[in-house]
Every structure is written in C-alpha cells, then in structure tokens.
Ligand binder design. Structure first.
Ligand SMILES: Nc1ncnc2c1ncn2[C@@H]1O[C@H](COP(=O)(O)OP(=O)(O)OP(=O)(O)O)[C@@H](O)[C@H]1O
Length: 605
C-alpha cells in the first residue's frame, strides 16, 4: 500500500469516527436504510418480469387476482424504496448538522490557539478558509459515499444475477457501457479540485472585495471616496478570472461526457440486439425483454453509483484533508509550561528584539527597561517606530526573536500565555465594537466570572461612559447596525465601552494603545488622570502621540525605527533637551498659541 492510500485510509477512519461520535445510532440506521434500499431495484425488476410474463400468459387465460397481487407488490416495492430514500436523506441532514457543529468547534478551538503571527500570514488565512468550508457535511458525505458503494455492490450482485439469466455476454457489455462516463467524471473531478485549490487566494480576494462593498464597516469610506465602481470592477476582474478557468473546465468536461455517452449508447445497442435476436428465436420471453430493458439501465445506474461513489469518496477525503491538515498543524508547545498564578508586580525587558517574519528588519531591537507595580510606562514615537509591536510582546501575542521578558524576575516563556494574559487587560488601538448589548460589550472583558450588574456599572462609570444612561434600554441596549433594534454609537462612545471592557477585568497590568484615538483631548486627559491615580496597585502601560498625556508617567520610552532612542521621566527627558523635549515644546506651543486674527474671524462668524 502506497503512502497516499495509507493516508486516505487514515483520513477515512478519522472521518467515520467523527460521524460515529456525532450520533452512532443515526449512523447505523443510515447504514441499514442504505443496504435495504440496495435490494429494492432487483426486487422491483423481478416483480416486473413476473407481471409481464403473467400479462403475456393472460392472453391465454391468466388469473386476475394474481395480476392484481403482482401490481400491488410492484407498488409496494416502489413505495418502500421511496420511504427508505426519504429516511436516508433525513438522517444524512441530521448527522451533517451535528458533525458540522462538532468540527466547527474543533476548528475554532484550533484557530484560537494559533499564535497571532501565524494568523497574520496569508497562507494560514487560505488554509483556514479551505478548512472552514470543509466542516459542513463533508464527513457525513464520505460515510454516505461509502454506503452508496456498498449499496451499489449489493444491488449490482442482485441485478447481475438476474441479467445472467438472459445470457453470459450481456452483463459484461452492459458493465462496459457505463465505464466511459465514470472515467470522464473521475478525471474532471480531480481537475476541479486542483483548480479550486489554485484559486483559493483569488477567491479570498474576491470575497474580501465583496465584503468591502457590502459591509457597514466600509460603507462610509466607500461612498465618500466613490469607490463602488472601482471596487466593483476589481471584484468583477477576480470573478472573471475564476469564471473563465471554470468555463474551460466545464466545456471540456461536457464534450468528453457527450463522447462517453455516445460510446455507451453504441455498446448498449449491441447488447440490445443480442436480446432481440434470442427473443425472435423463442429463447427469451416478453418478461425477459422487459427485464433487460429496465435492468440494463439499472445496472448502468448502479455501476455509475459504484464508481461515482468511489470517486466522490476519494474526492471527499481529499477535501477533508484540507481540514484535517489544518487541525494537524503543530500548535505552540504548551507541554511543560507552568500556570502563572502570582500577581504581576514587575515587568522587565532584557535586550528584547522582535523581527516580523519575512520582513528583514521591521519590528523592534534590543529593548531593555523595567517597570514595577504602582508605576506607569509611556511609549512614544513616530508612526511605525515599534510601539504597538512592543505592546504585543508585552501581551504575549508575539514571542521575542531574541532576549528575555521577565515577569517578577521569571522568564515569561516558561509560563502558558493564556495564564499570563488573564493578568493583563488591554484597550487596543483598533478595539472591537461588538454589535451586542452594552452589557455584553463590557462583560466580554472577563467572561470567566459571573457578570455582576454592579461591576458592569462601575466599569462604565470609570470609563466615563455616561451616555449609556440616556440609551432607551440602558445597559441592555442592543448596539450597532448588524441586528434589529441596535443603536449606533460614535467612535468615542465605542471607545469608552472598550475602555469599560478593559477596566471590568481585574488585572495587574493595564495596557492602553492610543486611548486618545477617538476621545477628545479633554476627555483623554481626564481619563488618564483618573487612571494614573486609580491604578496605584497596578502597572499602567500607555501608548500615546499626545505628549501632554504622558508627562505623569514614571518612565517614558521614546522609540525610533524600532530602537530605544530616549528613556526617563518627563522631567529628565525635558532636562536632556533632545527630541522628546523638542516635540513636547512643539505640541505645547500648538495648544497654547492662537494664530493671529483667529479670534477676530471667529467673532465675525
Ligand atoms: N503584522 C506585521 N507584519 C509585518 N510588519 C509589521 C506588522 N505590524 C507592524 N509591522 C512593521 O513593524 C514596524 C513597527 O510597527 P508598529 O505597529 O509597532 O509601529 P507603531 O509605533 O505602533 O506605529 P503607529 O504609531 O503608527 O501605531 C513598522 O515598520 C511596521 O511596518
């Protein structure tokens, strides 16, 4: 057995185990129903032959009751087949939904454990997209395909037995006639899958462009920049590329299928001529002719199902490999890592560098500093200086390329990232706006503890989210445009909720990346003043471009091109008189001076 076959068999057993775990009784019922269904074509055919022979005999005086009995028997076989098909379809749907649920949860759990840096890679995004598509009923389909193969084998054996009664050469001819179509199906199914895989990045781009045109998040910008047509054309371009490739495949498949059908009709004609000849010679009855005519197409149908079932099963397993391959991807080593259980009272970066994979030198280099409980750290610097990268390292979202991050003097890499992150709480620059209720937006900050209304109100009060009181349904108010009854908030209001979420979590370290992004300067100053005083038993980390808001920080780090350019308190940095001092004076002058003539113009307005 080759490695490819061995892997397929391995995948088959995993797929069947998944279905079994979803519901073993339904799985067995489906097997029983399918095998019972396998016997109905031969039974129908045999009753049909008896009926035709009885009718032919009737001319010479066959009994009416036996004819009626045979008619009822035929209707009964038909009805049984229909019932079994309906039952099987229902079982497949029910099983499919259960399997989808279980596999989706496994996929989400796996994706959640992937390191952020893997998540940011386009290859992983492609893999995730492909894997996500396969969680639907694919595993159940593989089981159904396997059953349909068994069903076809049983049905073929029964039908073949009947056909052999008509002569030895008929069955091989009929079987041969089904082969060309199956071969064409096999070849083009493989090519279709290959194309789907090659087109994954293109299809993801297409879906992304479609989302830009249809989701509320981008609607504002798309309209104000008039991007509808431009984005629509780019979407159409990706769609056209995929459509053209697909059209080529469809055309070739259709031509070959047509050719296969003609070949198959010729072979069937040959077999039919044999039956007619023997009937004319009196060797076969009218019932036998009827049995051949119906049976030949039944045998063809079953053979097509048999080979088609094998093809679909192999194809299904190839698709499932995309999912299994994703789930088999190694996750960061968690074994041997300790659970972090202490309060974090000190963070130390020792010569820490982090370079983004594949970028050469983007990231941060040789960062060293220490900050303790009750102190605050401010990160300042131009766009792209490395502030957010440093924050992500501190949050454990990235692991240092070199150097060590120490928490309370202990190497952070020896502890599980999840247990450390429970001690941290963050307000991200691009924080989420959950289109759920106000309560949800806050309590998502700590889903581990039961939500206490008092604590939610407290977090909202500390975040100065006073606007919640004026919402028609207070903290139960649905927010955003995604669902009915949602109230839309301003950028600053969403940010205050994100702040409430951060404060709701009782953390040792509070990290605020650009809290002033959506707050007016006064609100930002008030908020930070409160945080500087309220967080006396926490460590506060703040990223800001407004230097007025960082002057109270215990330690200010100015980053430049990924490196530490200046470090010290506000007073020390001002006394040093370098870039920080220059920028601070520049910003302060900007706030205090009113350009000449402005007052006069304002009065005129
Ligand atoms: N996911 C990423 N992959 C590759 N490079 C990145 C990634 N994120 C940031 N970078 C690069 O790393 C450098 C530092 O970026 P970072 O986001 O830390 O800057 P920043 O100081 O937070 O900037 P800003 O003030 O604009 O938020 C930049 O050169 C940026 O291009």
């Amino acid at each position: 057995m080759g490695p490819e076959t061995a892997r397929r068999l391995g995948d088959l057993s995993v797929a069947l185990a998944v279905v079994w775990q979803a519901n073993p009784i339904w799985m067995l019922l489906l097997a029983l129903g399918t095998l019972a269904l396998a016997l109905t074509p031969a039974a129908g055919l045999w009753v049909n032959k008896l009926l035709l022979d009885a009718l032919a005999g009737g001319v010479q005086g066959a009994s009416t009751p036996s004819l009626v009995f045979l008619l009822f028997l035929q209707a009964g076989v038909l009805a049984l087949g229909g019932l079994l098909s309906t039952l099987n379809t229902a079982l497949q749907e029910l099983l499919g939904a259960r399997v989808q649920e279980r596999l989706s949860l496994r996929l989400f759990a796996h994706a959640a454990q992937l390191p952020l840096v893997a998540f940011e890679s386009p290859q992983v995004q492609d893999g995730l997209r492909n894997a996500h598509q396969e969680v639907s009923g694919r595993a159940v389909m593989v089981w159904a395909n396997l059953l349909s193969v068994l069903q076809a084998v049983v049905a073929l054996a029964a039908l073949g037995g009947l056909m052999l009664q008509l002569g030895p050469s008929l069955l091989p001819l009929v079987l041969l006639a089904a082969l060309p179509s199956v071969l064409v199906q096999r070849v083009y199914a493989a090519q279709g899958l290959q194309m789907a895989l090659e087109h994954t990045p293109l299809l993801r781009l297409q879906a992304y462009l479609g989302a830009l045109l249809t989701t509320e998040r981008y609607a504002k910008e798309v309209r104000s920049f008039g991007l509808e047509r431009h984005l629509g054309e780019r979407w159409q371009d990706t769609h056209r590329q995929h459509r053209q490739a697909q059209a080529g495949l469809t055309t070739r498949r259709s031509l070959w299928s047509g050719f296969a059908l003609v070949l198959s009709a010729l072979l069937m004609g040959l077999a039919g001529w044999g039956v007619v000849e023997r009937t004319l010679q009196g060797q076969l009855t009218l019932g036998d002719v009827g049995m051949f005519l119906l049976g030949a197409s039944q045998v063809q149908g079953r053979l097509t199902s048999l080979l088609g079932g094998v093809v679909s099963m192999v194809q299904g397993l190839t698709h499932l490999r995309l999912l299994f391959g994703f789930l088999e991807q190694p996750l960061p080593e968690q074994q041997g890592l300790h659970e972090w259980t202490e309060d974090i009272v000190e963070i130390e970066f020792c010569n820490v560098s982090y370079i983004y994979p594949g970028t050469g030198d983007a990231g941060i280099r040789n960062m060293s500093f220490r900050i303790s409980r009750g102190e605050s750290l401010a990160l300042v610097g131009r766009n792209g200086a490395g502030k957010s990268t440093l924050v992500k390292l501190l949050l454990g979202l990235y692991q240092p390329t070199s150097g060590v991050i120490r928490l309370n003097g202990k190497d952070a890499t020896l502890y599980s990232a999840t247990s450390i992150s429970q001690r941290l709480s963050t307000l991200f620059q691009d924080h989420a706006a959950y289109h759920l209720t106000v309560r949800d937006n806050v309590m998502l900050g700590d889903v581990q503890r039961p939500a206490q209304p008092g604590e939610i109100h407290n977090a909202l009060r500390r975040a100065r989210a006073d606007f919640v009181a004026s919402l028609p349904q207070g903290i139960e108010q649905q927010l955003g445009a995604a669902f009915a009854g949602g109230v839309q908030l301003s950028g600053g209001q969403w940010q205050r909720l994100a702040l409430g979420r951060m404060l709701y979590r009782s953390a040792d370290v509070l990290v605020l990346d650009e809290p002033g992004a959506a707050l007016d300067p006064e609100a930002e100053q008030q908020l930070l003043n409160a945080l500087y005083t309220e967080s006396s038993d926490q460590i506060l980390v703040l990223v800001s471009h407004r230097l007025a808001t960082v002057r109270q920080a215990t330690l200010i780090l100015r980053l430049e091109k990924g490196q530490l350019a200046e470090a010290g308190s506000h007073e020390q940095l001002m006394a040093a008189g370098n870039e920080y001092a220059r920028l601070f004076r520049l910003q302060a002058a900007g706030y205090s001076s009113v350009p000449a003539g402005t007052e006069q113009r304002v009065q005129q307005v």
